[in-house]
Design a protein around this ligand. Structure first.
Ligand SMILES: [Ca+2]
Ligand SMILES: [Ca+2]
Ligand SMILES: [Ca+2]
Ligand SMILES: [Ca+2]
Length: 203
């Protein structure tokens, strides 16, 4: 109701430690939003939390073996109606790139490791159909090296890259959106270390 105060409702999930990424989506197709948490600390894995429909979350039995995950993104990569997961990974302590990962939903709500995507210092992820072919592509914003669009070629899916490279910016987050209203998706990259943020317009 307009003007009505929100009821205080603070709650915590059991400790997963050093969480750096969160994504919400209905991973088990039961009508409520579930949650994936990523952690960039060595020794902590990604976790999937299932919603009982009232906002109470229970951790799925199986953790996702995705090391040093800074960003998580849920999206339907194979267009079967079940949300899949991409994780952006980065060894911050050693300033090293490590492979990003893709997990496919098995159609029962389980996210199974599927493939890696490159080896970069990925800090930000987004998912959108960048080339308008109906398949969701993945954007990886990388820190101190070129950022990349992974084009979804279907057939599994298989990914191809080279579609978009930025400068060697210290990119911390990326998002795809149509900023100039011409019907195609552009990209906003937010950069760290005092660098200008950037808007990349599709032409
Ligand atoms: Ca659900
Ligand atoms: Ca899927
Ligand atoms: Ca596409
Ligand atoms: Ca545009």
């Amino acid at each position: 109701m307009p003007g009505e105060a929100l009821s205080p409702w603070a709650k915590t999930l059991s400790n997963t430690g050093f969480t750096t990424g969160v994504a919400l989506g209905d991973t088990d197709c039961d009508g409520d939003l579930d949650m994936v948490l990523g952690s960039d600390m060595a020794g902590f894995l990604c976790t999937l939390w299932l919603n009982d429909g009232t906002g109470e979350f229970t951790k799925a039995p199986k953790d996702l073996v995705s090391p040093m995950t800074v960003a998580v993104k849920l999206c339907d990569l194979d267009r079967n109606g079940w949300l899949d997961l991409a994780t952006g990974n980065y060894n911050k302590a050693q300033y090293l790139g490590i492979p990003n990962r893709v997990y496919m939903n098995d159609g029962a709500g389980n996210l199974d490791y599927y493939t890696t995507l490159g080896e970069a210092r990925t800090h930000g992820l987004d998912a959108a159909d960048m080339n308008g072919d109906g398949r969701v592509d993945l954007l990886a914003g990388n820190y101190g090296e070129p950022s990349v669009i992974w084009l979804n070629q279907g057939m599994g899916p298989v990914f191809d890259t080279g579609y978009w490279n930025s400068n060697y910016d210290t990119t911390a987050a990326v998002t795809a959106c149509d900023v100039d209203g011409d019907g195609d998706l552009d990209i906003i990259a937010s950069n760290y270390e005092g660098e200008p943020n950037a808007v990349w317009r599709s032409r």
